[in-house]
Design a protein around this ligand. Structure first.
Ligand SMILES: [Zn+2]
Length: 278
């Protein structure tokens, strides 16, 4: 057992560290992630790479999420920047964002350990589908012609980019996100589940996870008002000054909402697994 460390193949671990170091360095250089984002993404990447059998395939799924998210964040970046919605630092993701989106998927991978049990795969793809669907809903939704409407009151228009706002373009983004992850799982031949079962799980869990995300965004997520420019924002600081809370809880920020949404997405994918596998 000299080639294995508590069940982890040393060769796979070396591969994982090498691949994650190279990709991490490139992502950092391209400003997809901040330094803290790089460190957290590195650990998440290595864990996902070494735990499941053929973990590199699961790793590629995470990679697809990051590449798709980065591409869509940069997509029409100039338009979004002018509208004032583009993420700060040109979309470079810091650790709270990486962890909020990745921790649930990672927990399913680690909990599944060295088994290829379908239930862990479904929890994993449910979480990743929600994260991907949510990112695409936000980025594609910002390009919607009309203003989004509040999920809790569809008659009420809200400014583009508002948490809890939904739009036809945003919903298209949601479906696309789930579809991209489902097709990727099928192309990589992860597990031996039917095509319909995988696609149904990724699209539905992405849709439910995102809808939950919007619902929390419209209700208990903290919203603040800037004293300088009078804009309503999710941030505790704006225009260099502290903002005033107008609704929701100041503990529930966007990352907390992402964490809750990926949990819900993962649980729904697990339910779909048990319903369809029986
Ligand atoms: Zn302001």
């Amino acid at each position: 057992m000299a080639d294995s460390l508590v069940g982890i193949n040393i060769f796979t671990l070396v591969q994982a560290v090498l691949v994650c170091s190279i990709l991490g360095a490139v992502s950092f250089k391209l400003k997809f992630v901040s330094f803290s984002g790089l460190i957290s993404a590195f650990f998440i990447g290595v864990l996902i790479f070494v735990f499941p059998p053929e973990g590199w395939k699961w790793f590629v799924i995470i990679l697809i999420f990051h590449v798709v998210a980065a591409q869509f964040t940069k997509f029409k970046y100039e338009i979004k920047r002018r509208k004032g919605f583009a993420q700060e630092k040109g979309g470079a993701r810091a650790w709270p964002n990486i962890v909020a989106n990745g921790v649930v998927a990672t927990l399913f991978v680690v909990a599944g350990g060295f088994s290829s049990l379908g239930v862990f795969l479904f929890g994993f793809i449910g979480a990743v589908s929600t994260a991907t669907a949510d990112t695409l809903a936000t980025e594609i939704g910002l390009l919607n012609k009309d203003k989004p409407r509040l999920i809790t009151n569809l008659r009420k228009e809200v400014p583009a980019g508002t948490s809890g706002g939904i739009s036809p373009m945003g919903e298209m983004g949601t479906l696309l996100g789930g579809l991209i992850i489902g097709i990727s799982v099928l192309l990589l031949k992860i597990g031996n589940h039917g095509n319909e079962m995988i696609l149904l799980a990724t699209v539905i869990s992405g849709l439910i996870g995102c809808t939950f995300d919007s619902f929390i965004g419209a209700t208990i997520q903290g919203m603040f008002k800037c004293k300088i420019c009078q804009n309503v924002t999710e941030n505790k600081k704006h225009c260099g000054n502290k903002t005033i809370r107008v609704r929701g809880s100041s503990y529930i920020n966007n990352n907390m909402v992402n964490l809750m949404a990926t949990t819900v997405g993962a649980l729904f994918a697990v339910i779909i697994f048990f319903v369809l596998a029986s």
